[in-house]
Design a protein around this ligand. Structure first.
Ligand code: HEM
Ligand code: HEM
Length: 273
């Protein structure tokens, strides 16, 4: 997925969503209910029903996505429509409520729905930006290939360092054994390690402490710099993939919670009718 999803089929779904929102706003402005606008007027019920249908349909995307080859409508259509109609839902539901928000179960539904929508917009940004950033960052290599290269560099670094003095040997050993790419969620999200043993080793060799500069130092330095560059790229890769995973952990649960709240809302309003 990339920018084209926003202009898919000459922005057909953007036009549908705009038509739906403009029509809703126009009718809302023209409507003259008895009392303040609210979910219980004829327009309130109409907009509420449209919002509910939209929300169930948006959530159905999760099911449709996993049924490959089923249905005649391509997934691109689904996604493009999902994005624009999802944003239209924010306005339609707000008009439905007549801006009557407060501390109650109805507004809880509104908040859950809004979190799903806002997280959708954030996810859209990730999905547009990350594929290009990921491939630029990988420079034609897969994550696994980068890890294999790092392991090879580690072997060479140790092979060279073992012929050198203890201090160099120790930092090289630490660089090979203690360097972490990934780790806890926080470390994955941070995308760097300020105490990275590989950087410590590179700085140590650069400073020239421990021994005089000779060909082995140069060879070691070249490999440590190369490893640092690969590590930087692997950490960026992990950071972006972690953000995508976290995003799904927000978007899907809030969508499900909003659906449950919708059911409660509808049952409650009909119960007290
Ligand atoms: C995504 C869908 C929906 C959202 C986000 C939503 C949200 C809200 C909110 C925030 C209110 C204002 C509550 C208040 O006055 O304090 C409201 C009121 C109301 N909603 Fe919904 N609603 C949705 C769907 C529906 C549906 C499908 C129906 C019924 C068919 C419905 C019926 C009502 C009624 C009757 C009220 C007025 C309740 C009252 O004034 O006590 N809503 N809704
Ligand atoms: C209440 C409204 C919404 C609901 C209930 C909803 C629900 C869902 C569901 C169930 C999925 C499937 C996730 C999966 O199973 O992998 C999904 C994916 C997605 N949604 Fe939403 N969504 C809503 C609003 C939005 C909005 C407003 C946007 C963007 C502006 C958006 C953008 C996305 C994106 C980018 C995906 C990922 C598509 C992919 O993995 O190919 N969503 N949404």
């Amino acid at each position: 997925m990339h920018e084209s999803i926003l202009v898919y089929r000459k922005s057909r779904y953007l036009k549908y969503a705009l038509a739906l929102t403009l029509l809703s706003v126009a009718v809302y402005l023209l409507d003259n209910p008895v009392g303040p606008p609210n979910g219980g007027t004829w327009l309130g019920y109409t907009l509420g029903t449209i919002a509910a249908v939209l929300m169930v349909w948006l959530a159905w995307f999760g099911v449709r996505k996993r049924r490959y080859g089923v249905g005649v409508t391509p997934l691109e259509d689904w996604l493009s429509a999902h994005i624009y109609l999802g944003m239209a839902l924010a306005l339609i539901a707000t008009l439905h409520s007549g801006f009557q928000l407060g501390l109650n179960i109805h507004s809880a539904l509104y908040v859950l729905m809004m979190v799903a929508i806002v997280s959708g917009v954030v996810g859209l940004y990730f999905y547009i930006r990350f594929p290009r950033l990921l491939s630029q960052n990988r420079g034609g290599l897969s994550t696994d290939a980068m890890l294999v290269l790092i392991a090879e560099l580690d072997r060479e670094i140790r092979r060279i360092a073992i012929t050198m003095d203890d201090a160099v040997n120790n930092v090289a050993l630490k660089a090979a054994q203690d360097t972490i790419a990934g780790g806890s969620v926080y470390e994955q999200l941070r995308g760097y390690d300020q105490n990275c043993p590989t950087t410590v080793a590179r700085l140590f060799i650069e400073s020239g402490s421990g021994a005089q500069h000779d060909e082995r130092h140069r060879q070691l330095l070249v490999r440590l710099v190369r490893k640092e560059d690969l590590l930087h790229r692997v950490r960026n890769d992990i950071q972006m993939r972690c953000l995508l995973k976290i995003w799904l952990y927000v978007h899907i649960p809030f969508s499900v919670a909003a659906l449950a709240a919708l059911l409660t809302h509808v049952v409650t309003v009909f119960y007290y009718w």
